[in-house]
Write a protein that binds this ligand. Structure first.
Ligand code: ZN
Length: 202
């Protein structure tokens, strides 16, 4: 046997094995980083049969937390009868060479749809219509227990141009869906599924 990173496993393993590898990584990371009771500092013990840890002294029980993030494939109608256009962005951190989608974590007290509206407004300064849910994907690369929820949405003002938040993005640009750049997210990622959903596979 040999050690493998989750990214390469996710790219090669068929389901359900890729999802199982992601879950294993999430559980191991969560157990390593949740050793002690946050209320009374006693060492936590696993709860048999559940993804939970319980304090033997005060009974506090903690479950593996899920962090939910939303991704939004934003489109606008093409000009002069041309094909629709898709907004792609380059992030200031992570795989900076890829043209990706606007994305961000859901805040406490926020719905998925509200998070989609907020992230689009914050990252590229655009207003969108009601987001349409497409798909979801557990994602082991952004910390333990990350769940990505993917949406498509149309801008409310087709003439509006993106204004990037330089802390998050280096670039944002409209691309005709039949002329997307080559540097797209990998085929096993929900980002790519969403891009294919609006542009068709290519
Ligand atoms: Zn305790």
């Amino acid at each position: 046997g040999r050690w493998r990173g989750w990214r390469s496993l996710a790219a090669e393993l068929p389901e359900p094995h890729a999802a199982l590898a992601g879950r294993a990584l999430a559980v191991v990371t969560w157990r390593r980083t949740h050793r002690w009771c946050g209320a009374c500092r006693t060492e936590l013990a696993d709860v048999p049969g559940e993804t939970a840890r319980r304090c033997p002294a005060c009974g506090l029980t903690g479950f593996l937390p899920l962090s939910v993030a939303v991704l939004v494939a934003i489109t606008r109608p093409g000009r002069a009868g041309g094909p629709d256009e898709l907004l792609l962005v380059r992030h200031a951190y992570g795989p900076t060479e890829l043209w990706a989608l606007v994305a961000g974590f859901v805040e406490a007290g926020e719905s998925l749809e509200a998070a989609a509206h907020r992230e689009v407004a914050e990252e590229v300064g655009l207003a969108i219509g009601r987001p349409t849910y497409v798909d979801s994907q557990p994602w082991a690369m952004s910390g333990p227990g990350t769940l990505l929820a993917g949406f498509t949405a149309t801008v409310t003002d087709p003439a509006a141009e993106p204004v990037v938040d330089p802390r998050e993005l280096t670039e944002a640009r409209w691309f005709p869906v039949d002329a997307l750049p080559a540097e797209l997210p990998p085929a096993y990622s929900i980002s790519r599924w969403l891009i294919d959903a609006v542009a068709g596979p290519h």
